[in-house]
Structure formats: structure tokens, C-alpha cells
Design a protein around this ligand. Structure first.
Ligand code: UD1
Length: 387
């Protein structure tokens, strides 16, 4: 309940999540805002963009996230319909909640949709993980990033280059704060609880997966640019099959990837290889799988950062990244989706052990604390409070 005692006035922050990568980012921010209580009164809205248990509840439980106060239950649809539906359903929630600010994270459709509703209602928008740019406008996330940053009042960045990106787009310097990486806060907080690989594989019914004891490569794949075109997807799967002759591959399969594989009849290209397909795993299982992998192949954004923080070699199956620090300082190599380049990058890692890399500045597990401190000061400057 909100207090009516004016000495206990708090700023109400309406936090938004929608898709899997949002959960790891919002968890430490909510914890930090709650620790700074009584300054903040935190409410959580889940748009329902991701709805499968495997993409959802198991993450909430593992991350200690409170159950959402509101679930908009939008589900899947085209980008236009999904974005519009989130906006339509978020508006009455915003009217009801009357928050001091709406806080969004990352770059998914839910991020942009809720930020857009808020700004048009005159509610300040806070964007965590601002200023990342791949320069590739065919990526839906790039559009979401650019537009969300344009309409945000307070922008928190994970790496120094992000400020230059934002300044170039005309965003005022005073709105930008370099705080570090909240996803790495979550990693620090949970590393000790990472689930052992053997346990994860047993749960997936593959107790005898490790026949060689040579270790494994971990694969994740879900970007439309890799899985929506049957030829591209097929040649990627064929290169993974080649790699698996050298090193077994563990492959938690994203629902989008699973449905494309079935639609295009591609499963047969990896069936008879040591490629262990398992359902999407929870956060603590994923940490365990990443931490002990000899190398990780991915097209995810967050995994590029997590492998850098863990010092595990990463081959990114994209031609660009919005997270250049993982390449310049971390363990990440961009290999695109050309089979020759992918296999050469893996071979190089298997022979040399991969680049050592270093931990980027302020990826120290305390980004959320900094965010809470800055928000306290920012909101203290005459913004509306709830009583
Ligand atoms: C979304 C994000 C992407 C993020 C990814 C992580 C956008 C534009 N994309 O992509 O940035 O990296 O989440 O997973 O917001 N599906 C299910 N169950 C679910 C969710 C999705 O089966 O719980 C299937 C549906 O077939 C759906 C498809 O996956 O059509 C795509 O889901 P969607 O949320 O549109 O995008 P993602 O590819 O998951």
C-alpha cells in the first residue's frame, strides 16, 4: 500500500518487461530500487510478448523477480500488431498507475511500445541499456533502440561508446549516464547458483551426452536473419554439423527456431550428429552451460556480453554487433553466417583457446545500484510523487 504520511512519500516507478532478455536486466534494477526504499514504489508490468513457461516463469523464479502486478497478455503477432496491441493495453494501466516514471530495458518491441505510450502521456521514460547501435537498420531491435532513446528522458549506458552514439543522434549529454551493465549484475549475483551441465542434460533426458569427455560447444540461434531464410538456416546447421565432428554441441532451441526448423524440414541436417537439442533452459541452467563451454556460438546480444564477463570464447553468428566492446575488449569474434568463416573462427578457438579478453569498465555487478542512486537524485528534482 502507498503511505499517506507525507514523510513517507515515494516515487512510483512502473517497470516494463516483455521478452526473455528483459527479465535478467530488470531483476537487479528492481532489487536496487527496492533497497533504496522508501524513495521508490516499484510496480512491474509484463506485456506477455513471451508467454511460454520455458521463456517465462522459470526465469521469474530463478531470478527472484516478483510476480508482475499486471500482465497485458499480448502474445505473438506481426511486429506492427504486437507493438500496437502492447500500446493499446498499456495505456489504461498507465492512466491507472500514474507513475513518476516508466522504466524500460533493452530493445524488444515491448520496450519501444511502452516508452511511446508514456512519452505521449507526459510521463518521463527511463531507458536502461541505451545507446547501443549495430548500424544495421534491418534488425528490428536497432529500430527499437533508436526510437526508444529518442523519447527517453534518462538514458543509462553500458559502455562508453554508447554516449557518442547518442550525442550523434542529438540526445542531450545531461540525460546520459554511464553506469555499467545490469545484465552483468545479474550474472555476478547468480554465478554461484549456476546449474551443473550434467544436471541440465539429465533433466533433458540426455544423461549420457558426454561420451568423449572432450567438452562441448554451446549454440543458441533465433535471429530472423539466421532462421527465417531456409537457405541461410540450412547452411548454418550444416556448419554446426561439421563442427560437431570435432566437438559435441549443446543446442537449447528457441521456439521461433524450432518452428522454422519444422516448417522448412531442416531437422534432418543435424539429426545424426552429436548435436544435443534441448528445450529452452532457465537462466541458472544457461549460466552453467555457458560457464563450462569450450566455446559458444550465438546470435543473441546478451550472450555476447555474458561470455565476455565469463571469459568464455564466443563466435557471434552475425556480421555486426551493437556491443562492440565485447569484440574490442572481450572474447567475442564476429563470424557472420558464412559456413567457412564460422568453422574457421571455431577452429582458431579450439587450437589457441581463444582470446583472453578483459572485463569492460564498470561491468562490476554494481550498475543497478548506480541507477537507483542517479534516479533518486533525478526524481528528487521536483518530479511528481505518490503519497
Ligand atoms: C524477441 C526480441 C529479441 C530477443 C528475443 C529473445 C523483438 C523484436 N525481438 O525475439 O530482441 O532477442 O525476443 O528471445 O522484440 N514464441 C513462442 N513462445 C514465446 C515467445 C515466442 O512460441 O513465449 C515464438 C512464436 O512463434 C513467435 C516467435 O517465437 O511468433 C517470435 O517471438 P517474438 O517475441 O515476436 O520475437 P523473438 O524472436 O522471441
Amino acid at each position: 500500500m502507498r503511505s499517506t504520511d507525507s514523510s513517507c512519500m515515494a516515487h512510483s516507478i512502473l517497470c516494463v518487461v516483455g521478452a526473455r532478455p528483459n527479465f535478467m536486466k530488470i531483476a537487479p534494477v528492481i532489487a536496487a530500487l527496492n533497497s533504496a526504499s522508501p524513495h521508490f514504489f516499484v510496480r512491474l508490468v509484463h506485456t506477455g510478448q513471451h508467454y511460454d513457461a520455458a521463456m517465462n516463469h522459470q526465469h521469474f523464479d530463478a531470478l527472484g523477480l516478483p510476480a508482475p502486478d499486471v500482465n497485458l497478455e499480448v502474445g505473438s503477432a506481426s511486429h506492427a500488431v504486437q507493438t500496437a496491441e502492447i500500446m493499446r493495453r498499456f495505456e489504461p494501466v498507465l492512466d491507472e498507475e500514474q507513475p513518476s516514471a516508466v522504466l524500460v530495458v533493452g530493445d524488444v518491441n515491448s520496450t519501444l511500445a511502452c516508452a511511446l505510450v508514456a512519452v505521449k502521456k507526459g510521463v518521463p521514460v527511463v531507458h536502461v541499456e541505451a545507446g547501443l547501435r549495430s548500424g544495421d537498420r534491418t534488425m528490428p531491435e536497432e529500430i527499437n533502440r533508436i526510437l526508444t532513446d529518442q523519447i527517453s528522458d534518462l538514458l543509462f549506458t553500458t559502455e562508453r561508446d554508447a554516449r557518442a552514439n547518442l550525442l550523434r543522434e542529438g540526445i542531450g549529454d545531461e540525460r546520459i549516464h554511464f553506469v555499467g551493465n545490469v545484465m552483468i549484475d545479474t550474472l555476478h549475483h547468480n554465478l554461484k547458483k549456476a546449474v551443473p551441465v550434467a544436471w541440465t542434460m539429465r533433466q533433458a533426458g540426455l544423461a549420457d551426452w558426454d561420451r568423449t569427455g572432450a567438452g562441448y560447444a554451446l549454440l543458441t540461434l533465433h535471429r530472423p536473419s539466421n532462421v527465417d531464410d531456409p537457405d541461410t538456416f540450412k547452411s548454418l546447421l550444416e556448419s554446426i554439423a561439421d563442427l560437431s565432428r570435432r566437438l559435441p554441441v549443446i543446442f537449447p532451441v528457441h521456439p521461433r527456431t524450432r518452428s522454422r526448423m519444422e516448417q522448412y524440414g531442416l531437422a534432418r541436417f543435424i539429426e545424426n550428429f552429436p548435436i544435443m537439442q534441448i528445450p529452452p533452459v532457465g537462466y541458472l541452467e544457461m549460466l552453467g552451460l555457458m560457464k563450462d563451454a569450450r566455446l559458444v556460438l550465438t546470435d543473441s546480444g546478451g550472450i555476447q556480453e555474458e561470455t565476455t564477463a565469463l571469459g568464455v570464447p564466443c563466435v557471434t553468428l552475425r556480421n555486426n554487433t551493437e556491443r562492440p566492446i565485447t569484440v574490442n575488449e572481450g572474447t567475442n569474434v564476429l563470424a557472420g553466417n558464412d559456413p567457412g568463416r564460422v568453422l574457421a573462427a571455431c577452429e582458431e578457438i579450439l587450437q589457441s583457446g581463444g582470446r583472453a579478453g578483459r572485463i569492460p569498465e564498470l561491468w562490476d555487478g554494481r550498475a543497478s545500484e548506480r541507477i537507483a542512486g542517479i534516479m533518486q537524485e533525478w526524481l528528487g528534482n521536483g518530479r511528481r510523487m505518490v503519497a
